[in-house]
Each structure stands twice: as C-alpha cells, then as structure tokens.
Design a protein around this ligand. Structure first.
Ligand code: DGY
Length: 322
C-alpha cells in the first residue's frame, strides 16, 4: 500500500518531522525559504496533506490546482492565510492549533503592554546609544499598569488569559468588548465588564487587541478610533496586522495623540510600515507572541497529530469550522 505524501512548508522541529515520517512520505523545507503560491502548487502535486504556518497562502487558486490535497493543517491558531470556504468546497479539511498557545501568547501580550507603558525598549535604546549621563526625576516617565484600566478588544481564550493576568496579578480594572458577552461565571472572578466599543476606547488606559482578522475586523482600529482614546493610553496588537491601521497608528504616535504602542503583528508582514520604524514610542516585535519552545513544539505537534489523524481516515482533532 502506498503511503500518503505530505509537504511541510517550513523548517520544522526534527522530532515533529520524525513523527510525520513514521506515517508519510514527507517533503520538508529545510532551507526555510518562504515558498510562493506557485512553488507550493508545484510541490503539492501528488500530496495529500500540507503542514503550514501563518505565512503560506492557501487560497482558492492553490486549492483548484492541487487535486490530491485532502488536509491543510496549520500550527497557528489564526487562519486568515487559508481560504477555508474554498477548501471545504473541495472536501479538504482545515485544522488550526488553538488552546496550546493561549497562556504563552497572553504572557507576551502582557509583556508588550508593560514595555510600551513603561518605555522599556525606548530606555534600552537610549542606554545603548551611550547618551545616559544622569538620573532625572522626569526621565522616561510612563504610565502605571497596576490599578489602571485594561481594555480588551476580543475576549476569546487569549483575551481572557490577559484579563486574568491584569485583574489577579496587577489589580487592574478590566473592561472588554466582544461580539458576545461572557457568561457571568467567567466575568465575575476577574471583575470583567462588557462595554460597547466607544466606551472601551474612551476608558481604557491600556488597550490590547486580540480579535481574529477578517473582512469584519479590517482596520477595526483606525484614525477615528485612535482619536477616541485617551492621549495617555497605550495600544497593543497581538492579533493580526490589518486589524489596526498601521499608518494611522504611526501618525497618532508621532503627534503624541497616543502615548505608546506595542505591535507583534503588521499589515503585510514581514514588511513593516516605514513610519512605524521612525517613531520612538512603539515597541516592535516580529510576530513572536507564541514563541516559547514548549509552546511552539506543542503547536507543531498538534498540527502533526491532525495530519496523522486525517490521512489515516480519522477525524480532525481541531477542525476549523465553515
Ligand atoms: C497564531 O497562532 O495565530 C499566532 O499568531 C502565531 O503565533
């Protein structure tokens, strides 16, 4: 009996490749170059499964051009790079990797928020430049985290994990906006309060954006929304580029309309809007919120488990719904 063939679109942990190789003929991307859609299509001929990350475009054109494909398994929780409807229309199962990255990503989101509020990377750049000559009372003064109002836009698993850190660890007052309100049993332990979007923007001292990207969330935070925030506030985006209008944000930061921001994701990443690179009051990281070794291994293992289950005729563990 011939073994199914799978493509691993990025360089991957050897232990995960070995697990896949026990079941499938595996082609890997050891050079870790970002394959274009054309490359992917060529390599996916005769392959039943593909292991992807956030960077591979699995769109309708690719789906139509890969007749053997049965399973698209991503090691990310966000799947805006995958045309799920096109996959499902062709009978291809799509899986993502929820839950395993929640706490690690929340840790990082909280760290970014703190770095922006307390001007940590600005201070470090200053020190490294050799310009530090004295202590001063108003030197790099920022905003407090403890006792401040934490605003969360998108109260899914990661949003709730950030809210717990804020409320239970730092005595923050938590407000959130989400399509649906959390059950009281989830709100009560952290004292979280659902508010409309306008109230969230007006009241948050630190706003953290954690909504999935899609047509409905494109530029959910743009010039109009930034103008509704406190000038002393910070904004942290660990969701997806495109949820925040990066050009509008750069302008708000440059004019001190907003005190500071922290971004782990960017519109059109890995490109970063040049205006963001020129403002000092923004912390910029290269989409690494989930990047602890145990978590990245768990994400990759979950994607591999999904591939193994699906191509052996079983059910997906974490299927993406239509
Ligand atoms: C995800 O899983 O969607 C993250 O953005 C990757 O860290």
């Amino acid at each position: 009996m011939t073994r199914p063939a799978v493509l691993v679109a990025r360089r991957l942990f050897p232990s995960v490749v070995e697990r896949l190789a026990a079941h499938f003929d595996v082609e890997t991307n050891d050079a870790d170059t970002l394959w274009s859609r054309g490359d992917l299509i060529a390599r996916l001929q005769g392959k039943q499964g593909v292991f992807v990350t956030t960077g591979e475009p699995i769109d309708a054109t690719l789906v139509a051009a890969c007749p053997d494909l049965q399973a698209v398994c991503s090691m990310a929780v966000g799947y805006n790079n995958i045309d799920v409807a096109a996959c499902h229309a062709r009978g291809i199962t799509v899986t993502n990797a929820p839950d395993v990255l929640t706490e690690t990503t929340a840790d990082f989101g909280f760290a970014l928020m703190m770095a922006a509020a307390r001007r940590i990377t600005e201070g470090e750049r200053f020190l490294r430049s050799g310009a530090w000559s004295k202590w001063a009372p108003d030197f790099f003064v920022g905003a407090d985290i403890h006792g401040a109002t934490l605003g969360i836009l998108g109260m899914g698993r990661i949003g709730q994990a950030i809210a717990r850190r804020g409320a239970l660890g730092f005595g923050m007052n938590v407000i959130y906006h989400n399509r649906s309100r959390l059950p009281l049993a989830d709100e009560a332990p952290i004292g979280a309060r659902w508010v409309d979007k306008a109230t969230l923007l007006a009241e948050a001292d630190h706003l953290v954006v954690v909504v999935p990207y899609g047509p409905a969330s494109h530029h959910l935070i743009g010039a109009v929304e930034l103008a509704q925030m406190k000038p002393t506030a910070t904004l942290t985006n660990i969701a997806r580029g495109g949820v925040v209008d990066d050009a509008a944000l750069a302008m708000a930061l440059r004019s001190n309309r907003l005190a500071a921001a922290a971004l782990d994701v960017f519109e059109g990443e890995p490109s970063v809007h040049p205006a963001l690179l020129e403002v000092p009051n923004v912390v910029l990281t290269p989409h690494i919120a989930s990047a602890s070794l145990p978590t990245r291994l768990a994400m990759a293992d979950l994607a591999a488990d999904n591939l193994i289950a699906l191509l052996q005729g079983g059910a997906a563990i974490t299927p993406v719904p239509t």
